[in-house]
Ligand binder design. Sequence first.
Ligand code: SAM
Length: 293
Amino acid sequence: MKKSKNHKNNRNNVKGRAPAGVGVRPSKSLGQNFLIDEEVIEAIVDGSGVTEETLVIEIGPGTGALTLPLAERAGRVVAVELDERVIPGLRVKTFSLGNVEIIHEDILKIDLRELIDRELGEYGLKEVRIVGNLPYYITTPIIMKLLEADTGAASITAMMQKEVGDRIAAEPGTKLSGAITYSVHYYADVTSIVSVGRECFYPVPKVDSVVLRMDIRDECPVHPADEDLFFRCIKAGFSQRRKTLLNSLMSLGDYEKTQIADALDRAGIAHERRAESLTMEEFAALADALKEV
Ligand code: SAM
């Protein structure tokens, strides 16, 4: 994984006072922390790899901090926003650009595949890239939906809470890794674009952030016989990460302890190892061994 730049906003961001252009009272329940730092915005747009041949799907445009600079660079931007209060203002701001559509929808409910196929068919653009300063309360479900939906997107560039970003960017099989590490690395190659201090948002959140770019792989790094079982093994392994694999895998529920011990032996994995020490290949070998039990 490439190292990212660090960015802190040194200008005044007085807590409780909205900078010009925000215009709505930020909703905590919608995860609204608006980006107010121009350098970070530039780093995200640069890092996302968007060109005039790109259809951008933006998640949660809010008041448009990223939407406008993205639209200036992209062929077209389709932005999906749940908060109806910001929609009219966004449509006014982006109207004259002529290449932006704002959709009032829940990103977790929308049929992305259908949306992307329709847009590509209509506008004849070459590639799709997904970009967003994600609402923190649903970061993981959004990323998993984007990866699992087989949208044909080349990349996902997303701002997220640093703690989640550090897990996602970790190499599988290292101390920082968690179930999400393996899930994301199975589908994508991860690059850190920029670290973002909390002062770069209005209102100021309690945590710092990071922007990651996930380039969707043409081919997954492992080919487990049963993908669903592979992901269930990872989830079970990390469900109680301090327990040994022999014990944590019992939460799969379908196997006796002796069967798990046998599968671990056949996969060449010591019973007392912990999930975070397993490589992607070892999890795949374990799932394959369990499949034969
Ligand atoms: N892009 C803006 C920026 O960078 O200033 C806003 C980012 S803010 C962290 C997250 C945005 O996602 C908010 O505008 C919020 O209303 C929107 N949002 C929250 N939940 C959503 C959902 N389920 N579907 C689509 N948008 C959502």
